[in-house]
Design a protein around this ligand. Structure first.
Ligand SMILES: Nc1ncnc2c1ncn2[C@@H]1O[C@H](COP(=O)(O)OP(=O)(O)OP(=O)(O)O)[C@@H](O)[C@H]1O
Ligand SMILES: [Mg+2]
Length: 370
């Protein structure tokens, strides 16, 4: 079944898209394309992450603008692969998270991804599946992470004791033990991935991200600052758990730095890199001791300093990019949403209740016919 997956995550860097052919339990990526989010739209999406003036109207317009980018990526995928739109079963599109508050408000929270799936279906002539997270939240779950089922099916062909770590704006981990049934796969959000790293780097160097971790490498990790951050209750919560910019945002960072006024910007960057590494490595060491292999995907896999810090905290575990398992780091999440679209079309569950905490397996997403 040929399907497109589109992912635009909390880093707000861009839209990643894949055109995938699923057959039995194998996948083959026929095309990959990506498109940067233009700076004004990025600024608007960031602003819409907190309460803002006239936000309903602005959110609707931002969603339409996003669909413009989604359409561009879809056209690039069709052109690169030579596949006709009529032979694509669906586009699975995540949308842009602007609020993630599951389990709040008397136990029924919400999660909100800006999107206009009707417009994407209208323009592309392809069926669209969207809003994957809400049904899981309605069933009492976190609505996240939704990728562990995909990780377990497509990144653990040898059925090893291993883990997959996605380092996007937020980081999330999937824990896989040998011969494990899908129902007992574990997974949860670990904390900030690149979101705070990007914010700090942009503020002090003007660059959108710390390429290769080179700026952070010039600094030194401040142990007291790191220890202060690690006290945040989120890191000590038991799974199921998920988070987002609602918690790990510039205010969170700036409030903590007020207690450490003399730490240099480069040292803060080094310490933030260590925070991502420490929270991910601690999660793995606690939840899957003796894990021999960690595959890393998401843009964080390109931050060599972060990869080295992860490796140094995981004795006996080989840390490598998912490229080593045949799937490039920026394609994994997009492939996962293509797979989730297939699940929805076939009326099969996409969530793993053991991961999200939902009351049971649920078919995720709403289908907008071609
Ligand atoms: N060469 C690089 N060096 C360092 N960091 C990089 C590099 N390339 C990408 N990144 C980081 O990866 C981020 C983008 O990662 P990605 O697209 O996986 O995140 P995302 O959009 O939040 O996705 P998701 O929510 O699906 O996990 C960038 O914002 C940047 O911080
Ligand atoms: Mg991205």
């Amino acid at each position: 079944m040929r399907t497109i997956g589109l992912m635009s995550g909390t880093s707000l860097d861009g839209v990643d898209g894949v055109l995938v052919d699923f057959s039995q339990d194998a996948l083959s990526v026929l095309a990959f394309a990506s498109c940067d989010i233009p700076t004004p739209l990025r600024a608007e999406l960031l602003a819409l992450n907190s309460s803002a003036d006239n936000e309903l109207h602005r959110a609707a317009l931002a969603a339409n603008a996003l669909v413009g980018l989604y359409g561009t990526v879809v056209q690039q995928l069709l052109k690169a692969s030579g596949v006709a739109p009529t032979s694509i079963a669906a586009i699975g599109v995540h949308g842009q998270t602007v609020r993630h508050r599951p389990g709040e408000f008397d136990g029924v929270g919400y999660t909100l991804q800006l999107n206009n799936p009707a417009l994407l279906a209208e323009r592309s002539g392809i069926a669209v599946v969207a809003d994957f997270r809400s049904r899981d939240v309605a069933a009492g779950g976190q609505g996240a992470p939704l990728v562990p089922a995909f990780h377990s099916l497509f990144l653990n062909s040898e059925r090893q004791r291993m883990a997959v770590l996605n380092i996007g704006g937020i980081s999330n981990i999937t824990l896989l033990a040998p011969q494990q049934a899908q129902q007992s796969v574990q997974g949860f959000d670990c904390g900030p991935g690149n979101a705070l790293l990007d914010y700090w780097c942009q503020k002090h160097t003007g660059a959108a991200f710390d390429n290769g971790g080179e700026w952070g490498r010039m600094g030194t990790v401040n142990a007291d600052l790191l220890a202060h951050w690690l006290k945040d209750p989120f890191f000590h919560q038991q799974a199921p758990k998920s988070t987002g910019r609602d918690l790990f945002n510039p205010s969170w960072l700036e409030a903590s730095l007020a207690h450490f006024p003399t730490v240099s910007p480069a040292d803060v960057q080094a310490s933030l890199t260590a925070l991502t590494a420490a929270t991910c490595a601690d999660a793995l060491n606690q939840a899957l001791p003796g894990c021999h292999r960690l595959l890393v995907c998401g843009g964080g896999a390109f931050n060599s300093l972060l990869m080295e810090m992860l490796q140094s905290r995981l004795a006996g575990c080989t840390v490598a990019s998912t490229q080593s398992a045949g799937l490039p780091p920026l394609q994994v999440e997009a492939c996962a949403f293509a797979w989730l679209a297939v699940q929805a079309l076939q009326g099969r569950a996409g969530n793993l209740p053991a991961v999200t905490g939902a009351r049971g397996p649920r078919v995720l997403g709403a289908i907008y016919p071609a």
